[in-house]
Design a protein. Structure first.
Lengths: 351, 162
């Protein structure tokens, strides 16, 4: 495999409602910052790819409009996934394996505020059996949380501990949307939102954007002091219909982690895309992470969850810790679909 | 065997609060004042109309406001013979790309108040606005364009903007 590394990362601070700027205007400074930090000129970037969803924007082909933020002239090599930007990064990594280009710009934008996110996400479900009932994502996650609590030793206290730690860690993340210092007992005294989930178990609705630059081999070494090398990356998918799955576990995340080589060496830091607190418990087990790994020091998706960008931000946050010299081996995870249906795992290492 | 189910009804309706953004907001608010506002790129100096806040060629913010003229040149056109479901214009009618003076990107609009066989590339036209009291922050504040009775523009003046 060709060596490919993340050499820069930029993101917009997550906010509940960005009313002044549209998607392109949110992306422009983020892409400019990622390219500037990469020390690769805009015209030298060999491949450009984005992850986003027209359903969020309420606008057809919104990813084409977003190219206004890139400078796509002379005509560039470009692609798009109607997925979180983490999957765009996966495609860029595959593209770089071919060997004819040495760098790639990956960006994602998720502006959820124009529509009702719960209704939008209901439309990703089976159109005949599920979507007509408009199941909202919180209710589906609550089914999963109940299945986890009743079939394992995990408790609502374990979930509250995830939430308390995430939001405490988010206090040192300037891009986080929800940050606070609450005790677990305080959180457990709160009423249920959709039992067994309380408000703190659920992610905020976020508007944000993010961008990453990838570079191969010698180019990565030349432009970046400490490149975050992609040592393993894998994407696996569980069945679409939630009813046919055991919601209390994540076989696709476990398999992706094994294929990416998570367990081959100790993991300093993991950025896990768990929008709901109980999902971190499921994913820690699936990825085989234990107390030696710092999990979601950014605050994770409980602190900011811009749909379509939150997975790419996990990869960027994990890479940032390697590039800044605070970790040697990191794991990043992204999820998509209802109840952790799709999972992507990426292992990053410094030299 | 019973009859197969050939269809089910499943109405879907999603509502969105559109975010015009800074650039389009300025453009639309300009129309409400009877002004046409583009934006210039600091690198290539092109003036974009309608403005998008960036230069899609250079990929940099293009936020310098440039007021362009309500007069311009037809760069290309077509004659539409298909009745529109949404446009209340009798067929045949003329759609054109119009390069307003001071802009580098032609806008799309209707040409009216002129026999269709007289519409041509290079024809000079001017905006026809709704009455002043009806101006709003919408592109519909310009009803259509019509010939401005100037000599045709030379091909070289718009050849880079076809």
């Amino acid at each position: 495999m060709r060596e490919v590394a993340i050499v820069s990362f930029a993101q917009a601070p997550s906010v509940r409602r960005e009313t002044e700027r549209n998607e392109v205007e949110m992306l422009t400074p983020v892409i400019a910052e990622a390219i500037e930090r990469s020390a690769i000129s805009r015209k030298e970037i060999g491949f450009t790819i984005s992850g986003s969803s027209d359903y969020l924007a309420g606008q057809p082909f919104s990813f084409v409009t977003a190219l206004d933020a890139v400078g796509a002239w002379p005509p560039i090599r470009e692609s798009h996934v109607e997925m979180d930007g983490a999957w765009a990064l996966y495609e860029a990594w595959v593209r770089l394996q071919i060997g004819d280009v040495d760098s790639a710009l990956v960006y994602a934008f998720g502006k959820s505020s124009p529509g009702d996110l719960g209704e939008v996400l209901a439309l990703q479900l089976d159109p005949y059996y599920l979507a007509p009932l408009w199941p909202d994502p919180v209710s589906l996650a609550a089914l999963q949380a109940r299945a986890l609590l009743e079939s394992t030793g995990y408790t609502e206290r374990d979930m509250a501990e995830v939430a308390a730690r995430s939001r405490r860690d988010a206090q040192s993340n300037p891009n986080a949307q929800v940050a606070s210092d609450f005790s677990v007992d305080d959180l457990l005294a709160e009423p249920y939102l959709v039992s067994p989930l309380r408000k703190h178990d659920c992610p905020p609705v976020s508007d944000s954007a993010a961008a990453v630059v990838l570079a191969a081999g010698d180019l990565a070494r030349r432009v970046c002091e400490r490149p975050a090398w992609v040592r393993g990356i894998d994407h696996r998918i569980d069945p679409h219909y939630p009813g046919v799955r055991n919601l209390a576990e994540s076989p696709s995340a476990a398999l992706a982690a094994r294929e990416a080589g998570v367990g081959d060496a100790p993991v300093d830091v993991a950025e896990v895309h768990a929008p709901f607190s109980h999902q971190e418990l499921i994913l820690r087990d699936a990825l085989g992470l234990d107390g030696r790994t710092a999990i979601n020091p950014s605050g994770g998706a409980l602190a900011a969850n811009p749909v379509m960008a939150a997975g790419l931000i996990r990869i960027g946050e994990a890479a940032r810790r390697i590039m800044e010299g605070n970790a040697r081996r990191a794991v990043a995870h992204a999820t998509s679909g209802p109840c952790l249906q799709q999972n992507l795992v990426c292992v990053l290492e410094g030299d | 065997m019973s009859e197969p189910v050939t269809s089910i009804r499943r109405p879907v309706r999603l509502e969105y609060d559109f975010t015009a953004g800074r650039a389009m907001s300025r453009f639309l608010l300009g129309l409400a004042e009877g002004r046409i506002l583009g934006q210039g790129c600091p690198e290539c100096a092109r003036v974009y109309l309608p403005p998008r806040g960036t230069c899609p060629t250079c990929g940099v913010p293009a936020e310098e406001e440039v007021e362009v003229s309500p007069r311009g040149t037809v760069t290309t056109f077509c004659v539409v013979n298909i009745p529109s479901q949404v446009l209340v214009v009798p067929v045949p009618y003329v759609c054109a790309n119009i390069l307003l003076d001071g802009a580098d990107v032609p806008i799309f609009h209707l040409i009216q108040e002129c026999p269709i066989e007289e519409v041509r590339m290079g024809l000079r036209v001017e905006a026809v606005w709704v009455p002043a009291g009806e101006l709003k922050a919408t592109f519909e504040s310009i009803r259509h364009f019509r010939p401005s009775d100037e000599p045709d523009a030379a091909y070289d003046s718009y050849r880079e903007h076809l």
